[in-house]
Design a protein around this ligand. Structure first.
Ligand SMILES: Cc1ncc(COP(=O)(O)O)c(C=O)c1O
Length: 386
């Protein structure tokens, strides 16, 4: 079986894990938690990092710390994993859904049009004229590692007093290479950003996430909430309802060992994408998905775009050949919990949802396996020609 994207644990992972077990520091305090946070700060060039139990819990705490309150609306792209809107819903706030652009990220033109024509801003806040609700935040998601075109979003959000909470779950290793955001890493541009270290991500800690920010108050609040809002370690005194959302030393040990290899992983992901671009370029029935030219992509996922009539058939064909692939997510605004939520003119996302196929891109994939993937895709189109 050639899997879609699986972990690569051939570095210091077992050594660091053994150290946790030998020293019996296995829970949510320990040197690896601190070191993992410190190394994420160094790598992404942010000021603060707080390790959390998952990308989802990181998002939930980031939203609370960013000031999202019950009854608010938060703008979320419909083309994202359901964890993004769920994190909003946990706060009893409502995600409202926007279409995606060519790179699968939030459609900036539609977003600006919505904010300019369908919202009202007083001296402090922006309100949705249609629902009457306050829009306190936006969650741009760097889908598949593609950097969101954030420059315009920043300027309109500053004007409208809307806080940017970046979902960079898939984008560790992506940074901007031109414009005002040059050299900034995905996740470090909004007020706060969140990473995921779930098993399929570019680095994994088994499960885990991290809140990254330059804002000291946000970092303090997230750390406080993630540790049960504890204000006295010996007397068990808590000043609000907190959460047990800290990453363990065991998970951090794995995460740290993984982070040591991030540059190699990005290099391999880029190699895989280049391989597919070169080897599939002559097949007219498909396109290897493009990435933004204003950023260095982490190429977390490699994907092809085919005619909707071929999508399911090609996925099944490859599955029969033991090659695992996936379409993009079922869109959030069509998911049962969100069908009644406010959404705007979703068009591109529907098109991409029915035409994109994510193809194998684990960092451990061999050249022979890459050739096998290409050969089988070629074979499918050859058979379908007749
Ligand atoms: C875009 C996006 N947001 C949020 C998450 C949630 O992260 P986690 O699975 O670590 O909770 C994920 C991945 O799983 C994701 O892909």
């Amino acid at each position: 079986m050639i899997p879609l994207s699986v972990p690569n644990l051939k570095g210091n992972e077992s050594k660091y894990l053994k150290e946790c077990v030998d020293t019996e520091w296995v829970s949510s305090v320990g040197k690896f938690v601190e070191e993992f946070e410190e190394q994420i700060i160094q790598y992404t060039k942010c000021t603060y990092a707080v390790a959390c139990s998952s990308g989802t819990t990181a998002l939930q705490l980031a939203l609370i710390a960013a000031g999202v309150r019950e009854g608010d609306e938060v703008i979320v792209p419909t083309m994202t994993f359901i964890a993004s809107p769920n994190a909003v819903t946990y706060l009893n706030a409502s995600p409202i859904f926007i279409d995606c652009d060519h790179y699968l990220n939030i459609d900036v033109t539609k977003l600006c049009d919505f904010l300019e024509t369908k919202t009202e801003t007083n001296s402090n806040f922006t309100f949705n004229k249609i629902t009457g609700k306050r829009i306190s935040a936006i969650m741009p998601v760097h889908v598949s590692g593609n950097a969101v075109d954030l420059e315009k979003i920043i300027s309109i959000c500053e004007k409208k007093n809307i806080t940017i909470v970046e979902d960079a779950a898939e984008a560790l290793g992506t940074f901007y290479t031109s414009g005002k955001l040059i050299n900034k890493h995905a996740g470090t541009i909004g007020k706060v950003g969140c990473l995921s270290f779930n098993g399929n991500k570019i680095i994994t800690s088994g499960g885990g996430g991290m809140v990254i920010t330059d804002d000291k108050d946000i970092a303090i609040k997230v750390r406080h909430l993630s540790t049960q809002a504890n204000i006295d370690n010996t007397k068990y005194i808590h000043d609000e309802v907190g959460y047990n959302y800290r990453l363990t030393n065991l998970q951090s040990a794995v995460g740290l060992a993984q982070l040591e290899k991030i540059n190699k992983f990005v290099e391999k992901k880029r190699y895989i994408n280049d391989f597919y671009k070169k080897e599939l370029s002559d097949i007219t029935e498909l396109k290897v998905r493009p990435v933004p030219n204003y950023a260095q992509n982490n190429f977390w996922m490699s994907a092809i775009e085919v005619a909707p009539k071929d999508q399911e058939k090609l996925i099944s064909f490859l599955a029969r050949e033991n090659i695992q692939t996936r379409p993009m997510w079922h869109l959030c605004h069509l998911q049962k919990p969100y069908r009644k939520n406010f959404c705007l003119q979703i068009e591109n996302a529907l098109k991409y949802q029915s035409s994109i196929i994510n193809i194998p891109c684990s960092t451990g994939i061999t050249n022979q396996q890459l050739v096998e993937v290409v050969t089988n895709i070629r074979e499918y189109f050859k058979k379908n020609e007749k």
